[in-house]
Design a binder for this molecule. Structure first.
Ligand SMILES: C[S@@+](CC[C@H](N)C(=O)[O-])C[C@H]1O[C@@H](n2cnc3c(N)ncnc32)[C@H](O)[C@@H]1O
Length: 208
């Protein structure tokens, strides 16, 4: 950590300084860390998704299918299923994460890389995923979302949910509206809506 504070910015994240690789690279070969990280995120979803659905559940009104990109063990998808059982759901995440996902015949788990491609769906859902990354990576992810999402007149949209906590340790960023707007426009999106929930959560709807 001391070494990180002495770096000229922008530099590698504190995690990368400490371990010589990124968190998501390390979970591929550190089984204990993989279990710990995925379990912690699933717990986060169990706690926060019911609040999100209570406050802003209408974002899923009229939705028939969604893919949860970087959806971990499927905690958010399960919460959405409980509130909107008719929505066809898939979860895209890295192979080492999907391998540990609970068996659920109602969810399709897709091992893959969101920087390569995203399975098509009416709605693309990202919870605590975009803020893990720098601007260049966010633009790449969002361009892939644009390829995968249904047209706007068919109810297509991208729903991004995140919580304001310190994400700098893995080289991500919390951004203000102007900073998000710049990322969105570089990815080809011009129309969006931001809703704040409980002061700590933000939901952004992006329209193709
Ligand atoms: C902060 S976690 C959020 C997990 C989940 N959405 C949640 O809120 O609990 C970010 C997720 O992105 C996944 N991820 C990282 N790199 C990825 C990639 N290249 N393709 C797909 N998923 C990736 C991680 O494995 C992790 O599950």
């Amino acid at each position: 950590m001391m070494a990180w504070f002495r770096l000229d910015k922008p530099g590698p994240s504190p995690f990368a300084v400490a371990y010589g690789e990124m968190l998501w690279e390390r979970t591929d070969h550190d089984a204990g860390l993989n279990v710990l990280v995925n379990g912690a995120l699933a717990a986060d979803s169990r706690f926060l998704m019911p609040i999100f659905l209570k406050e802003c559940g209408e974002v899923f009104d009229g939705v028939d299918s969604l893919v949860d990109v970087g959806g971990g063990l499927g905690g958010a998808a399960a919460a959405i299923a409980a509130a909107f059982p008719h929505i066809k759901r898939s979860v895209l995440d890295l192979p080492q994460v999907v391998a540990d996902a609970p068996y659920d015949t109602n969810v399709e788990y897709v091992p893959g890389d969101m920087f390569e491609s995203i399975p098509p769906a009416q709605v693309i859902f990202l919870k605590s995923t975009l803020h893990d990354w720098g601007d260049e990576e966010c633009v790449k992810i969002l361009k892939n979302c644009k390829q995968a999402v249904a047209p706007r007149d068919e109810g297509g949209k991208i729903v991004s949910v995140f919580f304001d906590f310190d994400i700098l340790f893995i080289n991500g960023a919390e951004r203000d509206e102007q900073e998000w707007k710049d990322v969105f426009s570089r990815a080809g999106f011009t129309d969006y809506k931001i809703v704040s929930v409980l002061g700590v959560m933000s939901i952004i709807e992006l329209y193709p």
